[in-house]
Design a protein around this ligand. Structure first.
Ligand SMILES: Nc1nc2c(ncn2[C@@H]2O[C@H](COP(=O)(O)OP(=O)(O)OP(=O)(O)O)[C@@H](O)[C@H]2O)c(=O)[nH]1
Length: 318
């Protein structure tokens, strides 16, 4: 399958490399303090349930820099993530954003523009909302003055110090997965037949959720389900089987680093909810929240998981 590319752009020190390292390389957020400034285009190929690449652009480069062939770069890209440091004065970043959007859509009108209003960990809740409203308003005004109202543009409040960066990346990557409607449909059927409250299909390696059922996503459910993955990975890396031979490619390396073969887990919470995880394939895991009384017939849920697994395999074979 042709890799889908995501481009990370934004001013210097806005947080692009930190995002890439935290989400895709498990770098602890505090260690990003020591990251050096990126001086050349860094291409990171992630071999997971679908192949995709994340390209980190040096902050000083603008889209008219002749050292880069932007014509060919934008043509290959599915989504452009533009990172704005919300703790800094963002007017310069906004003017760079308008120029970048107009150049990118002129070359590739289908491109998704995703604005990450980043480093919001330092802001109060009210200030976050005001900042988002202000950035959104200014950008939309500027684009409509330029006759660019039809750009596919989304805004996300993000920080590497909590789950928000994983959630934002999940939403970006979902736009690049052609199988998404089929996966959502399967999850809806699975949830209604198994009386499950909420189900997420996670890419285990990055903790990005590839799909979820159509009930609204609330932050707490997402956070707790993503924490289940951490528990399983930590447990798996201590007690799981590991192959000592050298991996031959990236995906094998990932599978060895994250040994969750046939992983399954049931965690009962004191709130009367059960967290249920089942591995779907080498890269994907299904994590669900189900009421304890509905989990009494766990055989039914198990059977439905097996049907779900087979259906997912078929979808990706197609
Ligand atoms: N508070 C806070 N700081 C962050 C966050 N993300 C990144 N940073 C900090 O921002 C600084 C710059 O991060 P980088 O990832 O190097 O920024 P960059 O955009 O890649 O910079 P260039 O390579 O110069 O283009 C680092 O000190 C990070 O620790 C965040 O979510 N919150």
């Amino acid at each position: 399958m042709k890799p889908r590319k995501i481009l990370l752009m934004g001013l210097r020190r806005s947080g692009k490399s930190s995002i890439q390292k935290v989400v895709f390389h498990k770098l602890p957020p505090n260690e990003t303090l020591f990251l050096e400034s990126t001086s050349k285009l860094t291409k990171d190929h992630i071999s997971s349930f679908i192949d995709f690449s994340v390209w980190d652009f040096p902050g000083q480069v603008d889209v008219f820099d002749t050292a880069f062939d932007f014509e060919s770069i934008f043509n290959q890209v599915g989504a452009l993530v533009f990172v704005i440091d919300a703790q800094d004065d963002y007017l310069e970043a906004l003017s760079r954003l308008y120029i970048t959007i107009s150049r990118a859509v002129a070359i590739n009108p289908q491109i998704f523009i995703e604005v990450f209003i980043h480093k919001v960990d330092g802001l109060s809740d009210d200030f976050k909302i005001d900042t988002q409203r202000d950035i959104q308003q200014r950008t939309q005004d500027e684009l409509s003055d330029a006759g660019l109202e039809n750009v596919s543009l989304s805004f996300h409040l993000t920080s590497i110090f909590d789950h928000s960066i994983f959630e934002a990346f999940s939403r970006v990557i979902q736009k690049l997965i052609p199988q998404l409607p089929a996966l959502e449909n399967l999850l809806n059927i699975f949830c209604s037949n198994s009386l499950v409250e909420k189900a997420f299909l996670f890419d285990v390696y990055s903790k990005i959720y590839v799909a979820t059922d159509s009930s609204p996503v609330d932050v707490q459910s997402y956070e707790i389900c993503s924490d289940v993955i951490d528990v399983i990975l930590d447990f798996g890396s201590i007690y799981g089987t590991s192959n000592s031979s050298k991996p031959t490619d990236d995906s094998e390396a990932i599978a060895q680093r994250y040994p969750i073969d046939e992983a399954s887990s049931v965690i009962r919470l004191s709130t009367g909810l059960v967290l249920f995880l089942r591995e779907v394939n080498q890269f994907l895991a299904l994590v669900c929240i189900i009421r304890a009384e509905n989990f009494e017939k766990s055989g039914l849920v198990e059977y439905n998981v097996q049907c779900f697994q087979k259906a997912v395999q078929k979808i990706f074979q197609l």
